[in-house]
Design a protein around this ligand. Structure first.
Ligand SMILES: C[S@@+](CC[C@H](N)C(=O)[O-])C[C@H]1O[C@@H](n2cnc3c(N)ncnc32)[C@H](O)[C@@H]1O
Length: 312
């Protein structure tokens, strides 16, 4: 699987039909796919709506190249932007015209995980990279230079690791002898701390924690949500598919807060704010893929979809 630079489309997009049904693309509005990846969702958007225009955003140049070829049939209605999705609301056309809706399908794509050289995987011998774009610190840099406290916070907060202290200490001890360069080094540290075999899910959790920290994923999401909300036309929809409980919590709280009639602090005796909701959630609880979808694409198993519509 590794070594190929050809775009790989292994699966249908996660919760694709439902996400696009909620987004409800229509007329000649502009839509943002902030995580276009292999363009699975974007293709569904373009197939469903004959006039819509799409701003296809990804911070990963390889993903954008894959999206460009997948969206070739709709090239006249698609514009590509290599950027973080939190910058998409600052795009000139978005600022001028606003958007009919936006979709964020967070995390990494199958293509990124399947390419060992990108270092998102814990398969043996894979480099510790995990950068979504080609610049910045790698996961190896993070492991080799962060303080024990910083590493502990990453494992605890993003990895929900019970033995976060011991794992951070073990990384610091080991790197003094040999700097971390491949997945094997981190798996060895985890194995030592676990006192035996480390399960697949535990490796996935710890590797994911480094990825989230390294790419500032929660910070980007926290900035993007209000920016995209403000760019929506009246009646426009924001759809987010999250794969981590902390991501989903950010989305849940944002959608709940924006749906409140009053956002004054509780100590104010009288409402002094706008006094009407900015919009309403379209999903009361997060929606999940069904068993068939998970069987066909195991990476969909942790997906949590929420949608919110701006008041008309
Ligand atoms: C789960 S994949 C998206 C798959 C896509 N929906 C599809 O159907 O093929 C997530 C994509 O988002 C990109 N990404 C993650 N965080 C990003 C960010 N902050 N800004 C822009 N792109 C981001 C990744 O590079 C990756 O290509």
């Amino acid at each position: 699987m590794s070594g190929s630079s050809a775009p790989a489309f292994h699966h249908d997009p996660v919760l694709g039909p439902r996400a696009v049904e909620l987004l409800d693309p229509r007329d000649a509005h502009l839509y943002i796919d902030g995580t276009v990846g292999g363009a699975g969702h974007a293709r569904l958007i373009m197939q469903r709506c004959r006039q819509c225009r799409l701003l296809a955003v990804d911070r990963d140049p390889e993903a954008l190249a894959a999206a460009r070829s997948a969206l070739a049939p709709w090239a006249s209605r698609v514009r590509f932007l290599q950027a973080r999705f939190d910058a998409a609301a600052g795009d000139l056309e978005v600022r001028d015209a606003g958007i009919g809706g936006a979709l964020l399908d967070l995390g990494v794509s199958s293509h990124q995980i399947d390419e060992d050289r990108r270092g998102f995987t814990f398969r043996p011998g894979a480099p510790l990279d995990m950068r979504m774009s080609s610049s910045g610190r790698t996961a190896a840099d993070l492991l080799n230079t962060s303080s024990e406290d910083e590493l502990g916070s990453v494992f605890r907060d993003y990895g929900e690791e019970r033995r976060w202290r011991a794992l951070a200490r073990e990384v610091v001890r080991r790197r003094a002898e040999t700097p971390f360069t491949t997945s094997d080094h981190l798996v060895a540290a985890m194995t030592r701390v676990a006192g035996g075999t480390v399960h697949h899910q535990d490796k996935a959790r710890i590797f994911q924690s480094l990825r989230i920290a390294l790419n500032g994923e929660l910070e980007a999401l926290a900035r993007a949500l209000p920016a995209l909300r403000d760019a929506l036309h009246a009646g426009g929809v924001l759809v987010v598919i999250a794969y981590h409980s902390l991501e989903d919590r950010l989305v849940k709280h944002a959608f709940r807060d924006w749906s409140r009639a009053c956002v004054c602090p509780p100590e104010l005796p009288v409402c002094a704010c706008r006094g009407r909701p900015l919009g309403a959630a379209l999903t009361r609880k997060p929606e999940r893929p069904d068993a068939d979808e998970i069987a066909a694409n195991p990476r969909a198993r942790s997906a949590l979809l929420r949608a919110w519509r701006k008041a008309a």
